[in-house]
Write a protein that binds this ligand. Structure first.
Ligand SMILES: Nc1nc2c(ncn2[C@@H]2O[C@H](COP(=O)(O)OP(=O)(O)OP(=O)(O)O)[C@@H](O)[C@H]2O)c(=O)[nH]1
Length: 428
């Protein structure tokens, strides 16, 4: 993984409006991302365009304006709140005489700073190398060799061919290692399923307070900071829940608007943990004016990664910042917990969270009687693997009569895997 980061660098931010809706927020988010990277924004250039310009992304006049600001402010880097093509980046760097970074590059740098686990680091490096491989061109890297810092792209142009080969080899090695890590993780997941330990995943918009909540609940030292993406890797801890016993709590990376799609793919394994969860704790910053939009955005992403059918508990965090709200647990008409109001930082309302966890997870075990015809008895192995079989016997026709007990979410997953057939074998 590259160490490309230097705190205290001065950046000029560029944000162009292509449509009116949401523009202001996008710029705010860029500013958050930049401060999260430890960079000082020394100027902002905004503008409007109907479509990107092929040479500089912005128009030539706007590019001159940015270059003048870079000069006046002695900026180290220019950060575009957009996706630039490699050619645009090169053209801009030649004109600005400083490093130019696009939104993907910036987010990658933040990921690189924050990755802690082996798998997370490999994923970040892979995404960085892929981003870099499209940008490794003759006559371009001279600027990067002068000094370190964000946006440093790597090897020099005289080494171009060697660099390309090394890059390909490195990518292959990382892919092999990632495969191995994924296999190990899958084994871990299976053995958890065998022991029937439920998994609870924290999800939520970035900066909602997931890591703080994770620390409070598990009493461990996961890094929490008032910065975006303080969490990159799913961090797993065991917790004890009344009437349920042990459960695994997973902290995951925060969601963000307009996360470049190739980054979502790069972090698929990070999100994998979320897909396999029995329950999602959807943490919301109750004090954020955009709380409702953030909830919608998280739902949209969960849908994208096919985690939207997993039961969810909304955790409205940071109630200490609200005048009217007090820690409490809201239930629906059937008495099912739907919302917890608490403060992870001020340690308020933790008991409501545990009450809801106990209630939701103990409700989730289903017990079913099934009659599997001879042609469908591979399912017996599946249920044995999951330690779900309570009783099994055969009748004269060779049907297997069995009673299974397993988490509702696991049952739903198996029904899906059987394309719905399993449901026809239930006997009342
Ligand atoms: N006032 C207040 N601040 C909180 C509370 N919980 C978390 N914070 C603060 O909110 C900021 C973000 O918290 P994190 O726990 O890092 O948030 P996160 O959701 O894990 O963030 P990402 O890793 O970016 O996804 C930190 O400065 C916390 O101290 C709370 O209950 N009240």
């Amino acid at each position: 993984m590259f160490e490309r980061y230097e705190a205290g660098e001065r950046a000029v931010l560029v944000h162009l409006n292509f449509s009116r809706e949401g523009d202001r927020e996008d710029l705010e988010e860029l500013q958050l991302l930049v401060s999260s990277a430890g960079v000082d924004a020394c100027g902002v250039v905004t503008g409007a365009r109907s479509s990107p310009h092929p040479k500089y992304f912005c128009g030539a006049g706007k590019a001159e304006e940015i270059a003048a600001l870079v000069q006046a402010e002695q900026a180290d880097v220019v950060i575009f709140n957009h996706a630039l093509s490699p050619a645009q980046e090169r053209n801009l760097e030649a004109l600005m005489k400083c490093r130019v970074l696009d939104r993907t590059g910036l987010i990658l740098d933040i990921f690189a700073q924050r990755a802690r686990t082996h798998e997370g680091k490999l994923q970040v490096e892979l995404a960085q190398l892929r981003h870099l491989s499209t940008r490794l061109v003759r006559g371009w890297t001279h600027l990067e060799r002068q000094k370190g810092g964000i946006g440093l792209r790597g090897p020099g142009e005289t080494q171009l061919e060697t660099d390309r080969r090394l890059l390909r080899e490195r990518i292959k090695t990382i892919l092999r290692r990632l495969e191995k890590v994924a296999r190990q993780r899958e084994q871990g997941r299976r053995s958890r399923a065998r022991r029937e330990i439920p998994t609870v995943s924290l999800v939520g918009y970035t900066n909602a307070g997931k890591s703080t909540l994770f620390n409070l609940v598990t009493d461990s030292g996961v890094y929490a900071a008032d910065q975006l993406f303080a969490t990159l890797d799913p961090t797993l801890r065991r917790i004890e829940i009344d009437q349920v016993g042990p459960a695994v709590l997973a902290d995951t990376v925060g969601f963000i608007r307009h996360l470049p799609h190739d980054l979502v793919a790069a972090f698929k394994a990070t999100l994998q943990e979320t897909r396999e969860a029995d329950l999602l704790l959807h943490v919301v910053d109750a004090h954020d004016q955009r709380a409702v939009e953030n909830i919608e955005e998280v739902h949209r992403v969960l849908q994208e990664i096919e985690a939207d059918e997993i039961p969810q508990l909304l955790v409205y965090n940071k109630v200490d910042l609200l005048e009217e709200a007090v820690p409490r647990l809201d239930r629906d008409d059937q008495g099912r917990p739907i919302r917890v109001w608490m403060s992870a930082q001020a340690n308020l309302g933790q008991e409501y969270l545990f009450e809801a966890l106990s209630d939701l997870l103990s409700r989730q075990i289903v017990e079913l009687s099934l009659k599997l015809p001879p042609a469908e008895q591979k399912w017996l192995n599946v249920f044995f693997e999951l330690s779900a079989v309570q009783k099994s016997q055969y009748d004269e026709e060779g049907n297997c009569l069995l009673t299974v007990s397993l988490p509702e979410s696991e049952w739903r997953r198996q029904v899906k895997a059987s394309e719905g057939r399993l449901e026809h074998f239930i006997i009342q």
